[in-house]
Design a protein around this ligand. Structure first.
Ligand code: GAR
Length: 321
């Protein structure tokens, strides 16, 4: 099994979602491990539970500190733990923009409502007062806006005719404990999921001017130019048997560059069969360290080599200045 993703959980109090994540992580096939529980309240009961489970904890009060300074302290502790993801579990603090940026796409939160409904506090009573038939919980990526950011998964929980906020909260919490570990497991595994990887490549390839997708010998490929005369600048490869490898094929300037790349980083690059002879290079996309900006750069460079002159002329002129 691939190395487990390292998780830091941030809590403020009871930590029942934290407990659900810790227990889920005990299963040998869980794709993540908890490397840190951090808290802004040194007396939080969740901390004791984490300690009893032999998980490293970090507690630091936010009192009399600016938001930025406090988030820097937290960020340092998280980085020291080696965590790759930050998971907020009842962490009742507004985060500074800088902290959110540092953990973009690597920070998740759980919220007790069916977002985008009822952001903020008092979600249960607001759902009851609105006469909703269902409430629920959402796991989402954290962005600068409170309880905003793309929703990864939700569970609906029926509201009973005689519900009050407390009873509803109790049932939603049961749903939270199921939803959070499962959603986190899926999220941290996405980089090994060929469908997800293909979607990332596709988005970036089709974002370039005048491109379209066309399959070639069973592999998705992308061409620049018209449907009729377009030329391929990228292919997606996925070997299902033998050495599992998911990769992107792009053009280099020639055999010298190709050889230099493999020489410099043989884990990332390899010379693809057939295409290798004409200077294409394969970039591995499933080794757990894909830099998607780098992939975008490759796609762009390759696109430029085959794109119609009409499109590249202006770019070439601009590059001279
Ligand atoms: C949970 O219900 C969680 O959804 C909520 O706080 C509770 C924490 O409980 N989070 C938010 O409202 C975030 N906006 P826990 O400490 O037992 O996990």
């Amino acid at each position: 099994m691939a190395e487990k993703a390292k998780i830091a959980i941030l809590i403020s109090g009871r930590g029942s979602n934290m407990a659900a994540l810790i227990y889920a992580a005990k299963s040998h096939d869980c794709p993540y491990e908890i490397v840190l529980v951090a808290c802004n309240d040194c007396d939080a009961s969740g901390l004791k539970l984490a300690e009893a489970e032999a998980i490293t904890t970090f507690a630091h009060s936010h009192k009399s500190m600016s938001r930025e300074d406090y988030d820097d302290v937290m960020h340092d502790a998280i980085t020291r733990s080696g965590a790759e993801y930050v998971v907020l579990a009842g962490y009742m603090r507004i985060l500074s923009d800088g902290f959110v940026r540092k953990w973009a796409n690597h920070m998740l939160n759980i919220h007790p409502s069916l977002l985008p409904k009822y952001k903020g506090l008092d979600t249960y009573q607001r759902a009851i007062d609105a006469g909703d038939k269902v409430a629920g919980c959402s796991v989402h990526l954290v962005t600068a806006e409170l309880d905003d950011g793309p929703v990864l998964a939700q569970t609906e929980v029926a509201i009973l005719p005689d519900d009050n906020a407390e009873r509803l909260a109790r049932r939603i919490l049961i749903a939270e404990h199921q939803l959070y570990p499962a959603t986190l497991a899926k999220y941290v595994s996405r980089e090994a999921d060929p469908d997800w990887i293909l979607e990332q490549v596709r988005e970036r390839a089709l974002a370039l001017a005048e491109t379209h997708e066309r399959e070639s010998f069973g592999s998705p490929g992308w061409r620049a130019g018209s449907e009729k005369t377009g030329k391929y600048f990228a292919y997606f490869t996925q070997k299902l048997h033998g050495e599992a490898s998911v990769g992107l094929l792009v053009k280099t300037s020639g055999l010298d560059e190709q050889a230099a790349l493999v020489d410099a980083d043989p884990e990332l690059y390899y010379i693809p069969k057939f295409f290798g002879k004409s200077g294409w290079i394969a970039v591995r996309l499933n080794i757990g360290r894909t830099d998607w900006d780098h992939v975008s750069d490759w796609l762009y460079k390759s696109w430029r080599m085959v794109a119609p002159k009409r499109l590249t002329k202006m770019i070439d002129i601009a590059d001279q200045f």
